[in-house]
Design a binder for this molecule. Sequence first.
Ligand code: NAD
Length: 296
Amino acid sequence: MKIGWIGLGNMGLPMAANLHSAGYDLVGFDLSPDARAAATAHGLPTTDSPVAVAADADVLITMLPKGDHVRAALLDSGALTVTAPAALVIDSSTIATAEAVDIAAAVSATGRRFLDAPVSGGTAGAGNATLTFMVGGAEADLDEARPLLQAMGTRIFHAGDLGAGQSAKMLNNMMLAANMQSTCEAAALAQRLGIAPKTVIEIAGVSTGDSWALRSYYPVGGAVESAPSSRDFTGGFAVTLMRKDLGLALDAAAAHGIDASAIAEVARRLDLLADNGFGGLDFSALIRLVDGTIET
Ligand code: NAD
């Protein structure tokens, strides 16, 4: 089986590296020469065009920032039409449900098959192959993809028809964003009250304030070694990417008459971070607005 991989960023590189070290025949591509160089340094074979990476691929996987990038890399570039005639295309980027459904239709019009398979678990989960996959599409296609996904993650859910994986991911990130905002508020206050971060995590982590934001992504550096806050908020889930996800959620909420005011407030704060030049930092940098470093 020949696998082509497009998008070797914070998530794509470690995911592709895990698949490659599981023994799969995989070639990667990224528009950025730096990302390709980083992949080569990880022992991953790369090519310098989307068509070259997709040529005769039985499986083509995309891990890109937004729907426009997936469309460009897969459809506009001509990559899709050079894959094997019944190739399976798996998009693990987080994009709008409607975009996933549109792209799936374009893929199936060529006789290929599509799964939307966004992930949760952050860069640490990508690195140690413990991601959660939320998959939309045909059960038979998921069965075919399952061994590949299992080389990158530990939990694989069939969320429903095409697009349902993206809907599930959007709902997850709404909760993550609100949890992170409240964790930042509590964490900053704990600093002023003189309560050590590890004490907060130890107590709330087994109490009703528990969340992934608390235990895995605590926004004060030094408390959780693998959290972006322990490396000055670099190499995580960018403010701009979380803002993109909340935009998808706000659009969906408005379309369905849901008042998502907590999400609207976190989105406003992410915009403030981006406007102040922090769009590339991990979104746990929300704490910088909470402790007064940046005016809200
Ligand atoms: P990233 O910005 O680190 O990586 C994206 C990569 O795509 C970059 O290297 C970029 O050069 C490349 N790229 C862009 N357009 C391209 C094109 N047309 N062809 C080839 N390469 C192209 O982003 P990331 O953090 O890896 O996130 C990827 C996706 O996963 C996003 O949709 C994000 O929302 C989602 N996600 C991220 C995290 C996280 O913690 N970072 C967690 C879960 C889901």
